[in-house]
Design a protein around this ligand. Structure first.
Ligand code: ZN
Length: 243
């Protein structure tokens, strides 16, 4: 692991890419793991924009258990170390597939959320914005499905659902950062969902090095300069070495 540390210390533009695996330590279920969200709910419905428009109560009712309880979740050692590495100038940006807002809670400032975030909600009819703090109590109340107080339209979190376009500005930033990176470290992502799955290849294509820390194999393992299976072990080591 001293090799990893040395690369972190000497890289000039290090970018991290994080996935659901880093938040399981905070008690947030991942999507595709053995206790993942997709084992508990119908994946075709829960984040599908067409189904959401038809039956938003399905999303909001189940969302109580893994989105509208995020105020109770705390960043773990991985989120905290990543924020510290940014403070120390060793990380230029965080690209994340996560929608749990824990990087920001831990203090990371440059966070590129490629799948969006529930921090904001938008009325699908008039575009009015509503913060998470306003929506969460409604979801837990008798109404469950939040409606726009301006026009009565359906309100949806700014999470990218299946059937929706990614935010093009966000995607451009992620591509630009991964292309500029001389070191990309993937943490807790199995790299099966696009565009996250292809971002590390931008780094490799431009001559940067790729490190993968994940408990399961990924399709990009053959491109990895270093590969570690245990996130917690790696971050305990970094915590000890970087003070
Ligand atoms: Zn509205």
């Amino acid at each position: 692991m001293h090799q990893l540390l040395s690369l972190l210390l000497h890289s000039s533009h290090c970018v991290f890419l994080s996935g659901a695996g880093i938040s399981t330590l905070s008690g947030i279920p991942d999507f595709r793991g053995s206790k993942g969200i997709y084992k508990q709910f119908d994946a075709d419905k829960i984040f599908d924009i067409h189904y959401f428009r038809k039956d938003p109560a399905y999303f909001y009712t189940h969302g109580r258990e893994f989105i509208y309880n995020l105020e109770e979740k705390e960043p773990n050692i991985i989120h905290k170390m990543l924020a510290k590495l940014e403070d120390e100038g060793m990380v230029k940006s965080m690209i994340t597939q996560n929608i749990d807002m824990l990087h920001q809670k831990a203090g990371s400032r440059r966070v590129i959320e490629i799948h969006g975030s529930p921090a904001q909600h938008t009325c699908l009819h008039c575009g009015k914005k509503f913060p998470y703090e306003l929506i969460s109590p409604i979801v837990h109340g008798p109404q469950v499905v939040p409606k726009c107080d301006g026009c009565g339209g359906l309100v949806k979190p700014d999470i990218i659902f299946f059937g929706e376009m990614l935010d093009q500005d966000t995607l451009s930033q992620a591509i630009s950062e991964s292309s500029k990176a001389d070191l990309m470290v993937v943490v807790g992502s199995s790299l099966v969902v696009h565009p996250a799955a292809s971002l590390p290849l931008n780094t490799v294509k431009h001559g940067g090095r790729l490190i993968i820390v994940n408990n399961m194999p990924t399709p990009l393992d053959e491109y990895a300069y270093l590969r570690y299976p245990d996130l917690e072990e790696v971050f305990r080591y970094l915590e000890k070495e970087i003070r």
